[in-house]
Design a protein around this ligand. Structure first.
Ligand code: AMP
Length: 130
């Protein structure tokens, strides 16, 4: 069965999209640690990041860097943290998290946002993409 992220990429499940190219897709995490928390996903469905082929791994990092720079420019934060967990969704994804404190990196403090707030944040990040 297709992963939830494949279904998002295919447009079957809605997402607050940030960026997309031939091989990768970025969208806002629906249960964010902090406003702007973004996931970068390869379209190729692989469970664990270290199992990606070299080109996809390097391509994902380059894509996440581009999205992360836009995120850092759009959302007030000390820096953008990068995490890979994957215990919930078995489809490789990089978490990009605007950090103001260590708590934002812990996945235990979450923020609730309305759909309008998610869309406003997504628009701000998209506007900073280069
Ligand atoms: P993990 O697999 O532990 O790295 O966590 C998976 C992440 O995916 C969590 O932060 C979830 O909030 C996020 N997530 C799960 N379903 C969705 C969805 N439909 N849209 C956006 N983010 C999601």
């Amino acid at each position: 069965m297709a992963s939830i992220f494949t279904r998002i990429i295919q447009g079957e499940i809605p997402s607050f999209k940030i960026a997309e190219d031939e091989n990768f897709y970025a969208f806002l995490d629906i249960n964010p640690n902090a406003p702007g928390h973004t996931l970068c996903v390869p379209k190729k469905e692989v469970d664990k990041i270290l199992d990606l082929d070299q080109d996809t791994y390097a391509g994902l990092m380059a894509f996440a860097r581009k999205v992360g720079l836009a995120l850092e420019a759009a959302i007030a934060c000390e820096r953008v943290g990068i995490s890979v967990i994957g215990l919930e969704v078995p489809h490789v994804h990089i978490h990009l998290i605007p950090l103001r404190s260590m708590a934002d990196a812990t996945f235990s403090s979450k923020v609730a946002l309305s759909p309008a707030e998610f869309e406003e944040i997504a628009q701000k990040i998209r506007a900073k993409l280069r």
